[in-house]
Write a protein that binds this ligand. Structure first.
Ligand SMILES: Nc1ncnc2c1ncn2[C@@H]1O[C@H](COP(=O)(O)OP(=O)(O)OP(=O)(O)O)[C@@H](O)[C@H]1O
Length: 309
């Protein structure tokens, strides 16, 4: 049975201009979950709630099946690492070495050689004050330091913001290797579809403070298909759209050729042919297109690839 790292039950956070929640969700232990959603949808708020940097007005949060309403215990905190959206200013006057020494006291599992190895791979200057580093250098230091604490739970708020493509690739490889070698849980907020594709086991989609749902990433692929068909005119296209109630975005592309988007195409293809409509071509929608449709209210019917649905 999959254990839960985090459980939220009807969690509600009131922000000045927006309510986040109610959020009810289970984030599994030992997997990477990506929080996705437009600006202001509540991803950072959710991460802050998990660090108890802010507290909910309503609802319950469980960490590894326990509630800690009066503060996270030290033993738990020492196994959680967090890379916030903006680095904290308290460490600004230190260089990377001094900041690492401080963290070494705080985190009993601190792995100095792993830290140095990551700093070398990322090519972060060791003796430069953190405040003097470029945005990307600082970000790389934060990611290296978070991993060097050997966390069981790693919370990353848009970690690749400011990273160049070379550093981004190292980050992806490092996170995947860390997951391979440790029974860790990562919760990452991101706007980068390629990051979701490469890293996520699960996707949590947020929109305007609401939770639109959670899905196993692999089950999303192949949910929606764009199909091009031969039709005589708009009238025939309108008839076709009535026969295919689940399909959306019917468009007359060029005279005689129309397109639409449909779920479970393999199940519907015969039905389309039985209507006497010729399919010209089809393509599975990409992950970003599926997420965009979901945001617009078109929740995908998830596919269990293992069962071959
Ligand atoms: N400290 C705060 N005080 C008041 N309102 C806040 C605070 N932090 C966030 N908000 C508001 O809560 C909402 C959710 O913000 P949040 O930062 O969680 O979104 P996000 O999904 O992380 O966005 P982005 O992708 O832009 O980082 C926004 O409307 C924001 O203005």
């Amino acid at each position: 049975m999959v254990q839960m790292a985090i459980e939220l039950r009807n969690v509600l956070k009131q922000r000045r201009n927006k309510t986040i929640g109610p959020l009810t969700i289970n984030l599994p232990k030992g997997y990477i979950t990506a929080l996705v959603g437009q600006n202001g949808s509540g991803k950072s708020t959710l991460l802050n709630l998990l660090m108890q940097l802010t507290n909910p007005e309503e609802g319950e949060i469980y960490w590894f099946e326990n509630r800690y309403d009066s503060g996270l215990p030290l033993e738990l905190r020492q196994t959680v690492a967090y890379v916030p959206e903006t680095s904290i200013t308290e460490e600004n006057h230190w260089n990377a070495e001094e900041a690492a020494q401080f963290r070494q006291h705080w985190y009993p599992n601190w792995d100095e050689s792993y830290f140095q190895d990551l700093m070398d791979r990322f090519e972060v200057p060791y003796h430069m004050r953190l405040s003097k580093m470029s945005k990307g250098e600082r970000r790389k230091f934060e990611i290296a330091a978070a991993l060097a604490s050997r966390p069981s739970l790693l919370l990353l708020d848009e970690p690749s913001s400011g990273l160049d493509p070379f550093a981004w690739k190292i980050m992806i490889e490092t996170l995947l290797k860390y997951m391979d070698e440790n029974n860790a849980t990562i919760i990452i907020s991101t706007h980068i579809v390629e990051e979701v594709r490469r890293l996520a086991d699960y996707i949590v989609l947020m929109h305007r403070g609401e939770l639109l749902g959670m899905a196993e990433k692999d089950s999303l692929f192949g949910t929606w298909t764009e199909v091009w068909v031969q039709v005589a005119d708009e009238e025939e296209l309108a008839e076709l759209s009535e026969e295919l109630p689940g399909a959306i975005h019917f468009t007359m592309d060029t005279p005689g050729v129309a397109s639409f988007i449909i779920e479970q195409f393999s199940k519907n293809e015969k039905r389309i042919q039985d209507l006497g409509v010729k399919v010209i071509k089809s393509r599975s929608l990409e992950l970003d297109e599926i997420l965009s449709l979901w945001t617009q209210g078109h929740r995908p019917i998830l596919i269990d690839h293992k069962r071959g649905d």
